[in-house]
Ligand binder design. Structure first.
Ligand SMILES: [Zn+2]
Length: 212
């Protein structure tokens, strides 16, 4: 397993976001135990907040067996890239960290993207994934919508209606797959454990402390 990520020239301070992307991609691809490689370039746009993580692809697609056949590896990697782009919009230059997704994010998001499900039953940490999936599908379809969006046993479960393209279904599959590696509370890289939650290290530690 190997990765080679390059920081764009105009970038500074937000390297943490690229580290997050690399961590999520690594976890999403490495479980096969087979070789893969990835290359990414983080590019800061001079006048706007989002960071673009561009991926030059990776090799050894045959490493993926039937267990994740519904999640195309290339689409999984691009999903991570698009999710990080949404996440980067909350980067605080002053605090040098990603600010939490506001609890009221749903109201402006649903106005902008009516395809979003009206009553999401999942944690805030996966909001960036939903936004990434929605805007990605909207590039090729317009009549579709999510019919359900919920958390179940630490995983993100999505249902849709009126999708027409295989590529769109693959995006939905990738969203669910990537969520397995993203903290459902804050959107940082996360892991699942026996508690049926997907959490980053700080949030799992916090949860353990609360339960102690
Ligand atoms: Zn977290």
């Amino acid at each position: 397993m190997a990765s080679d990520f390059v920081y764009g020239d105009e970038w500074e301070g937000r390297e943490e976001l690229l580290d997050e992307a690399e961590t999520i991609v690594s976890r999403a691809l490495s479980w096969t135990g087979k070789s893969w490689s990835a290359r990414g370039t983080l590019t800061a746009l001079p006048l706007v907040r989002p960071a673009l993580v561009s991926w030059d692809g990776y090799v050894d697609l045959e490493a993926f067996d039937d267990r994740i056949s519904t999640a195309d590896p290339e689409i999984v990697v691009e999903m991570v890239s698009r999710m990080i782009e949404w996440r980067s919009r909350r980067w605080s230059v002053a605090e040098r960290r990603v600010m939490p997704m506001p609890k009221t994010w749903w109201e402006p998001a649903a106005r902008a993207y009516p395809q979003l499900y009206t009553t999401p039953q999942y944690s805030l940490g996966w909001a960036d994934i939903l936004l990434a999936a929605t805007t990605w599908i909207n590039e090729s379809e317009t009549e579709w919508a999510f019919s359900d969006a919920k958390e179940k046993l630490g995983t993100l479960r999505l249902s849709t209606r009126r999708l027409t393209l295989d590529h769109s279904y693959a995006i939905v599959d990738a969203a669910e797959y990537v969520a397995v590696h993203v903290c459902q509370v804050c959107g940082a890289p996360g892991t699942q454990s026996g508690d049926f939650m997907t959490l980053c290290h700080p949030h799992r530690a916090e949860k353990s402390w609360r339960l102690a």
